[in-house]
Design a protein around this ligand. Structure first.
Ligand SMILES: [Cu+2]
Length: 349
């Protein structure tokens, strides 16, 4: 692919977000992009409207959204990844198999990124346990570089996956084992050096620890805010929630009016100091890091630092379409934008 600066991509992406359609046009990245001459004097070169779609065969952000412990996988595939057994005290032993592998992924129409993945996907699968469960993760490194898994949460130092002696060489295996605590919304990621490279290449995922007394039933979903540095200049050219730019503009998230919606929001964007989520037409309760059952604040925009996360809860009051996006306009224009579609409770649109 032609080398592409962030500014050039921003220019080519089509800056008209008023129509709710930001664009990442693969054709515009090549030298035969439309020139923008004639009748458009003074305008930057750009093409308006969504062009092309990313294949969801290898990774479907909509399936990832509501997949916990591989619940969206075919049974046989899920068995290879996850199983649990009950322990004498009633808690569970949860066993996972996570494999690091190099894989090219499509992040916007025609834009491929040479990712490093956990189980072939970015983000890696969402792990979910209840406080007090035992977690055992067999990590296999089939990638081309040394990797680790560093979990956020309580664990002994030898399980931290962060020191040079913790690195698992290509072809190697390591078993991480610890008790799931505290309850909250956590993450896991590779901690090999250089850290920012290993992180932004895609080696990260979400780790949810539920309180022993569960949160109220809700329509639950995971959103990982991420970005991709396609030309390796330590600056992101593509932003998304759940990896594929603008995916949820094309495939709005269906929710029910009046139902409790719970979003597990994690910021795994590298190179930018902060990221944010803004939801149109409504407010939500924020539970920062998910470590308390009392809300931290009620707002319509939450800002998270790198590695920071928050549980968001809300109920849609009106049927119809509601946009959500980074409130950093540049991120939104480069792919971090999506839509809810609320149905029921009155007039559907
Ligand atoms: Cu790594």
């Amino acid at each position: 692919m032609k080398t592409l600066s962030r500014r050039a991509l921003l220019k080519l992406a089509g800056l008209g977000t008023a129509a709710g359609a930001s664009v990442l046009n693969a054709r515009a990245l090549t030298s035969d992009a439309p020139s923008g001459h004639g009748g458009h004097a003074g305008h930057v070169d750009h093409v308006m409207g969504p062009v092309g779609r990313v294949s969801t065969e290898a990774f479907d952000p909509s399936l990832y959204l509501r997949s916990f412990n591989g619940s969206a996988l075919p049974a046989a595939e899920r068995e290879r990844f996850y199983r649990h057994t009950t322990r004498p005290d009633g808690s569970l032993l949860r066993e996972y198999r996570i494999v690091a592998a190099d894989r090219e992924i499509e992040i916007a129409p025609g834009i491929f990124f040479p990712a490093w993945t956990f189980n072939g996907q970015v983000p890696g699968p969402t792990l979910r346990a209840t406080e007090g469960d035992r977690v055992r993760v067999t990590f296999v490194n089939q990638g081309s570089h040394p990797h680790t898994i560093h979990f956020h949460g309580w664990h002994p130092p030898e399980m931290d996956g962060a020191l040079p002696e913790h690195e698992v060489m290509p072809g190697g295996t390591f078993v991480y084992e610890f008790d799931a605590e505290p309850f909250g919304l956590h993450l896991y990621h590779c901690h090999a050096v250089p850290l920012k490279r290993h992180l932004h290449k895609g080696l990260y995922g979400v780790f949810i620890v539920d309180p022993k007394t569960p949160r109220p039933p809700a329509d639950e979903m995971v959103m990982v805010m991420n970005g991709f540095d396609t030309n390796f200049d330590a600056d992101n050219e593509v932003y998304a929630v759940n990896t594929v730019a603008n995916h949820f503009m094309h495939e709005p998230i269906a929710v029910r009016v009046g139902a409790l919606v719970r979003i597990y929001l994690v910021n795994l964007t590298e190179f930018d100091l902060i990221n944010s989520l803004h939801l149109h037409g409504m407010f939500f309760d924020v539970f920062r890091t998910g470590t308390s059952l009392s809300r931290s604040e009620t707002t319509d925009t939450v800002m998270l630092c790198q590695g920071e996360r928050a549980i968001l809860e809300t109920r849609f009051r009106y049927p119809g379409r509601f946009m959500f996006h980074a409130h950093q306009s540049e991120f939104a224009e480069l792919g971090w934008m999506g839509m809810f579609r609320a149905e029921g409770g009155g007039r559907d649109t």
